[in-house]
Design a protein around this ligand. Structure first.
Ligand code: SF4
Length: 316
């Protein structure tokens, strides 16, 4: 991959003391593990929009779809200040070529979902989106976005990281400025990866590429990128992965002995029942791909969607 994998991140997650109380929210997985493979572009909306550290805490209030950002004690309304800054910052971030954003959960500025919104005298509703997070997601609707809390869930973590690396490969393709042949090759390499998320998207993307000659390349590329990012957002369940693995096993029909076939199917079934992690059948299939030099499978990104050192397929 030639494109640097750049991800925006809420600055306090990197251990920077920018929180309202002068503290931080250092996340070790993000800094020490994922940080080896990506370059972070840190953003702290509250500090960058001109507020000091430490500062008075604030919260969202009013209409959950268009809440105000107000300091809790002194009741200063910071909505306009934050909105103006956020509009400028997202425009600036366009130049960074980001492939995603990791937000700090629950923050009235950075939270991506379920942020508390206060109204009237009742309990707050958890229906808000932090002001900067909203501006960012509206400006970059196709970019993967997650919160650090949700990334502790292994399935969500795997899904998010898979999407940012897929987007990096896609950006490589765009940077090559290649013609239709480049798209066809990209699609061929990503077929099984897409299939592990959605059969429908797999078919739709196949149709798009097959009919691509009739439409201007720029339009096709835009449509393909949207379909790709939407497809990868859908969860790759054990059932869907097992179907892809069985499909791959079919490529060794002639080469494997009956005992080897039975063993492979048994391992895939153990994975389908969530008794062993995905890395187990994947390792066996990779072994056969190597031994029998299976060219089509060798190029499938499904076998190497992200750095193996991140151990994203090691959970059950
Ligand atoms: S949650 Fe957002 S606004 Fe708050 S300290 Fe972290 S980066 Fe800054």
């Amino acid at each position: 991959m030639r494109t640097r994998v750049r991800i925006g991140i809420s600055k306090c997650l990197l251990g920077e003391p920018v929180r309202y109380d002068g503290g931080h929210k250092l996340d070790h997985f993000l800094t020490e593990t994922l940080g080896k493979y990506v370059e972070y572009i840190p953003v702290c909306p509250e500090v960058e929009c001109g507020l000091p550290t430490p500062r008075e805490p604030m919260h969202l209030e009013g209409d959950p779809d268009a809440p105000r950002l107000v300091t809790i004690k002194t009741r200063v309304d910071l909505t306009d200040q934050m909105s103006r800054w956020a509009a400028g910052r997202v425009a600036e971030l366009e130049k960074e070529g980001l492939m995603g954003f990791i937000f700090k959960s629950d923050s009235p500025s950075s939270g991506m979902e379920r942020v508390k919104v206060y109204g009237g005298k009742g309990m707050p509703v958890r229906k808000g989106i932090g002001m900067f997070a909203r501006a960012f997601m509206e400006h970059f609707p196709l970019l993967p976005a997650e919160e650090e809390g949700r990334l502790h869930d292994p399935a969500i973590r795997e899904n998010f990281i898979e999407r940012i690396f897929a987007l990096a490969r896609w950006r490589d393709l765009l940077a090559e400025n290649s013609a239709l042949g480049g798209l066809v090759a990209f699609h061929t390499r990503h077929k099984l990866l897409v299939l592990s998320h959605s059969t429908r998207s797999y078919r739709e993307m196949g149709r798009l590429v097959a009919d691509a000659k009739r439409t201007p390349l720029r339009t096709i590329l835009d449509q393909y990128q949207r379909l790709l990012m939407d497809a990868l957002k859908l969860r790759a369940t054990p059932k869907k992965n097992a179907n892809v693995l069985m499909h791959m096993a079919g490529y060794f029909r002639r080469e494997l002995s009956s005992a080897e076939k039975a063993e492979l199917v048994q391992i895939i079934e153990l994975y389908r029942k969530e008794l062993v992690p995905l890395i187990v059948p994947i390792t066996l299939i990779k072994h056969y791909v190597l031994v029998y030099d299976q060219k089509y499978l060798k190029d499938q990104q499904y076998l190497n969607p992200h750095p193996i050192e991140l151990q994203l397929r090691n959970h059950v």
